[in-house]
Design a protein around this ligand. Structure first.
Ligand code: PAF
Length: 280
């Protein structure tokens, strides 16, 4: 596995693969890898001849009072995990390499990125889209894989690619859970034992709403109420529970196959997200 630190060397490497007739998949991550990330890598392997994983804690997607400084990092462990997966190259730039000191351009989306997490994290998706577009440009990837765990991020990136004619195929990968149902997240390490136990209410609530739908419930309001009731007093604060169209992120009245039921809630000082795309 090659370790690449500059955008220029990544572009050069990708160009050499393309010249040899090989396609390139990118898996963007912020590191501190877990089984969820590794499942994205395995899917990327099926989609292209070469796999690049970026490991970059992107400062522009964190608000001033968010966890950028304390976001967990372990480059050595990440690289070992990626090498074991047979990844072709890991791209791990510094913030200075990624962003010019006098950069003044950001990608802005004016609808999907304003709801759900965007209503609580106003600059987040602009930072995500900007870094993702820069990673696409540096890696010259043909395909990029993102987890459905970050369902809103996936919708926003699909919209960016559509509206800016970005020639990259976006692939969504299913959310991966711990054995007890907690959605895998690098932020789970912040949880105390008690908070972690209470956080299981997220998957429990979403499961209940899905089972209710499978039994015939079509009311989105009822699904939202079911999730809210399950999380109830277990969470310290609920940011939102929604049932939305996965493409537009507009609230729906009637549940359908593919409807996104999503939640964000706080357990202590940790904000967790979770979701179900309604499937049989
Ligand atoms: O999902 C993440 O880890 C990040 O938002 C991403 C896509 C790597 C951009 O920094």
């Amino acid at each position: 596995m090659k370790t690449v630190r500059t955008k220029k060397s990544l572009s050069r490497l990708s160009r050499s693969w393309h010249e040899a007739g090989q396609s390139v998949a990118l898996v963007p991550t912020m590191g501190y890898l877990h089984e969820g990330h590794l499942s994205l890598v395995r899917l990327a392997r099926k989609k292209a001849d070469r796999v690049v994983v970026s490991v970059f804690v992107n400062p522009t997607q964190f608000g001033p009072n968010e966890d950028f400084a304390k976001y967990p990092r372990d480059e050595k462990r990440d690289f070992a995990l990626l090498a074991a997966e047979g990844v072709d190259a890991v791209f791990a730039p510094t913030p200075q390499e990624m962003y010019g000191a006098d950069a003044t351009v950001r990608v802005v989306e004016s609808s999907l990125s304003k709801t759900m997490c965007g209503a609580f994290r106003p600059i987040h998706f602009s930072g995500v889209m900007t870094v993702v577009l820069k990673l696409f440009n540096a890696s010259r990837c043909d395909v990029a894989v993102f987890g459905e765990k970050d369902a809103q991020q996936l919708s926003v990136i699909r919209r960016m690619v559509r509206d800016l004619d970005v020639p990259v195929k976006i692939v969504g990968a299913p959310l991966v859970r711990e054995a007890d149902g907690l959605a895998r997240s690098s932020r789970n390490v912040y949880l105390s034992e008690g908070e972690r136990a209470r956080a299981l209410s997220l998957s429990a609530g979403l499961d209940k709403a899905r089972e209710d739908w499978l039994r015939g419930n079509e009311s989105a309001a009822r699904a939202v109420a079911t999730v809210r009731k399950a999380i109830g007093k277990k969470a310290d604060k609920i940011d939102y529970v929604v049932a939305v169209d996965p493409d537009t992120l507009e609230p729906v009245a009637k549940l359908e196959r593919g409807t996104l039921v999503a939640v964000a809630a706080w357990f202590g000082s940790t904000r967790l997200i979770d979701n179900h795309f309604l499937r049989r």
